[in-house]
Design a protein around this ligand. Structure first.
Ligand code: SAH
Length: 356
């Protein structure tokens, strides 16, 4: 008789039972690794839809932006296209086609940990090289990097104001008979370093998020670009300045869900701290542009003209193209909550799209 394999929830419940509460960061890391590793979560039949899945215009405009930047920076033949967390590979496929139309055909490298999504990406871009971290990217060529909705999926540490201290926020499994149901609460462990000055007077129960994984990856990537040349375009749902608050959310079948129910079965994200992302690049010696709203970014790259052109060449799709343009750029949809930032090596030209 063979035992049923344990679900992630059961494994986490046993871990907690044996070793005590786990940090929110640990919980989020395990949940997302399982979630992305076991499915393709994108699109109407999945859990959520991202900008490149809404319209080909998104990837095309980013591709043209990179090709233009590359040409104005001296057309270095060995430059590579590197994407972090490419999902289905749709953005890359649209961007590479647009770059190719200008005569720029870089080799692609994808940083992707999900075997399921790697396979999907290879079906669309057969000659791509997969890497499981930024450390695996080539170290002898300029990097043109794109990361769309990548940083929001990385685990964050949460700390909670408790009396006049900050404590690690931890996860427990309160009821053995319901191993799918978890709960977060302030742990016993005091946190003393890495707390921003503006949080000094935070009220009891306030939550602060510390993007440990995101900070490490951003710094690694920025140092690579500083040594090797190139640029990065980072797009995500995020904010500037230190924000106090719990932004951890779960999405399943296009609806918000409870992040502490059935770990690994919904997409866990937090809002991205663009101040931190910009600071890592500046520390490495790069120039930083933005963040600006996704709507403004896409308009400055010419989305209105591209939409008109697509509507003229395929009149049957005119309404669909217009709906996609609005969804990507409107302030009531993705236009302002989603933000774009660029980093560029000081010897490279500034990318278009970030004019204020
Ligand atoms: N950029 C895509 C997909 C966003 S979903 C789009 O816009 O459609 C997040 C992506 O990041 C998925 O491809 C997921 O597998 C990948 N991912 C999540 N955590 C990761 C990690 N720690 N390292 C590498 N890839 C990761």
């Amino acid at each position: 008789m063979s035992a049923e394999p344990l679900t992630l929830a059961q494994r986490l419940a046993r871990q907690i039972d044996a070793g005590g509460p786990i940090s929110v960061a640990h919980y989020m890391a395990e949940a997302n690794q399982h979630y992305y590793g076991t499915r393709d979560p994108l699109g109407a039949a999945g859990d959520f839809t991202t900008a490149p899945e809404i319209s080909q215009m998104f990837g095309e405009l980013i591709g043209l932006c990179l090709a233009d930047l590359w040409m104005r920076s001296g057309s270095r033949q060995n430059a590579v296209y590197a994407e972090l967390g490419p999902g289905r590979g749709t953005l890359a496929s649209d961007a590479l086609r647009a770059m190719g139309s200008t005569g720029f055909a870089p080799q692609s490298y994808f940083v992707e940990t999900s075997p399921t999504l790697q396979e999907r990406q290879r079906a669309l871009i057969p000659n791509v090289f997969h890497r499981d971290s930024v450390g695996g990217l080539p170290d002898n060529a300029p990097l043109l990097v794109v990361a769309n909705e990548f940083f929001d999926a990385l685990p964050v540490r949460q700390i909670v104001r408790t009396g006049d201290e900050w404590r690690e926020r931890v996860v427990i499994c309160p009821d053995e008979d319901q191993p799918d149901r978890f709960e977060a609460l302030p742990g016993y462990r005091r946190v003393e370093s890495g707390i921003p000055a503006i949080a000094a007077d935070a009220p009891e129960g306030a939550i602060l998020e510390i993007p440990l994984a995101g900070t490490a990856i951003a710094l690694d990537l920025a140092q690579r670009i500083a040594r090797q040349g190139g640029a990065a375009i980072i797009i995500d749902y995020g904010y500037e300045g230190t924000a106090i608050g719990d932004t951890l959310q779960a999405v399943r079948e296009h609806r918000f869900a409870d992040p502490f129910l059935e770990p690994g079965e919904s997409d866990l994200t937090t809002h991205v701290d663009f101040t931190m992302i910009g600071n890592m690049a500046r520390q490495a010696g790069l120039r930083v542009m933005g963040p600006i709203g996704q709507g403004e970014f896409l308009r400055q790259l010419g989305i209105d003209a591209r939409a008109d052109q697509l509507a003229r060449t395929t009149p049957a799709r005119a309404a669909e193209v217009e709906a996609a343009r609005l969804r990507l750029t409107d302030g009531n949809a993705m236009g302002t909550l989603f933000k774009a930032m660029a980093w560029v090596h000081p010897d490279w030209a500034e990318p278009a799209g970030f004019e204020r």
